[in-house]
Ligand binder design. Structure first.
Ligand code: AMP
Ligand code: MN
Ligand code: MN
Length: 326
């Protein structure tokens, strides 16, 4: 983290009135939580905020206060003084059309991805933060803005999801202190857990059954992979928003170092999500394929069909595991 960029962000917030905030395509809990948390904070300072994302908010995050205000891009242009882009490692992750449809004086990128490309006018990138939501909480402290219970719920949810419900190695003492603060400020952990884990649709569980049934182990059990095909979505009446967290199931098998979820996409080929443990760095594999992410969670696209993508991935993971051992 560079202290300068935080100072510059505070300066920009002091100076400007109208904001637009966006986050990445196929948004996750940290994307939505940090976006809404920042919006509530800015509004607490009397600012005007428009929220716009390329893709809809997954059902499990729609309980978050303000989620109903997030727009999908309409035709035409949006204008604001400052355009915040949160939790996005590069401009394309926002959606190129959306990015170019926002007219603004200043762009600000707040993110924690190791692969961030510093694409904005002001870039605050902290790869040591668990989540963008943790960074927004830090910004609130520096702005001396009161964190409302609504903001606290949003930021808590972002941290909860990006730490794998406090199970991953990014669950630092700072994370636990931050969420303790957020609970004191009004975040409700049992409600958040209930909303996220205990309101599943029957279709999602039927889809999970199909996905796990086709589990494959490769590389002497060190790599586990599952796939989601268009047929599976059709047969269970589900969509991409129903597969959140599926990639963690194969990683839970003893001896697995890398888990992968491959999903057939209508336009861009196969979407790959990778998860790993400890020092096995899947972000490096994602970068090779033009994607990005973190050491233990990364994603990218591969052109072609599912079986070819699996073989291509196996090769890359074999090389990664060989390098990690040596
Ligand atoms: P996912 O498996 O899609 O949930 O992504 C895991 C992590 O990698 C998240 O932090 C994403 O923001 C990041 N990520 C996924 N796909 C991409 C991509 N195409 N480019 C950059 N980062 C990505
Ligand atoms: Mn994210
Ligand atoms: Mn994140």
């Amino acid at each position: 983290m560079t202290v300068n960029s935080m100072d510059e962000i505070i300066q920009a917030i002091t100076t400007h009135q109208n904001y637009c905030i966006s986050t990445h395509t196929n948004p996750d809990g940290d994307a939505i939580g940090s976006q809404l948390g920042l919006a509530h904070m800015l509004e607490g300072l009397g600012k005007s905020v428009i929220l716009v994302n390329r893709d809809p908010t997954p059902r499990i995050y729609r309980f978050l206060p303000g989620a109903d205000r997030i727009l999908q891009p309409a035709d035409g242009r949006l204008s604001c003084d400052v355009f915040f882009i949160i939790d996005c490692s590069d401009q394309a992750r926002v959606g190129n059309e959306l990015f170019s449809s926002v007219q603004c004086r200043l762009t600000i990128n707040i993110d924690h991805h190791i692969t961030n490309q510093q694409f904005a006018d002001i870039n605050w990138v902290d790869k040591h933060s668990s989540s963008s939501s943790e960074m927004i909480y830090r910004l609130a402290g520096r702005l001396h803005v009161k964190v409302s219970p609504e903001t606290a719920d949003c930021l808590y949810t972002g941290i909860f999801m990006d730490t794998g419900s406090f199970r991953q190695s990014n669950t630092t003492s700072i994370v636990l202190k931050t969420v303790a603060d957020l609970v004191e400020l009004g975040a409700n952990p049992s409600r958040v857990a209930h909303e996220i884990y205990e309101k599943q649709s029957p279709g999602r569980l039927r889809l999970l059954a199909r996905v796990l049934n086709a589990l494959e182990l490769r590389l002497e059990g060190k790599m586990a992979l599952v796939s989601v095909t268009r047929d599976m979505f059709n047969a269970t009446g589900t969509t991409v928003e129903d597969i959140e967290e599926f990639v963690n199931y194969p990683r839970s098998i003893e001896g697995v170092k890398v888990s992968a979820l491959l999903r057939e996409e209508p336009v861009r080929g196969i979407k790959v999500s990778l998860r790993s443990r400890d020092s096995t760095d899947v972000a490096s594999v994602a970068s090779e394929f033009g994607g990005g992410g973190h050491q233990n969670a990364a994603g990218f696209y591969i052109n072609g069909n599912l079986e070819d993508a699996k073989d291509c991935l196996e090769k890359a993971i074999r090389q990664l595991l060989n390098e990690t051992q040596s």
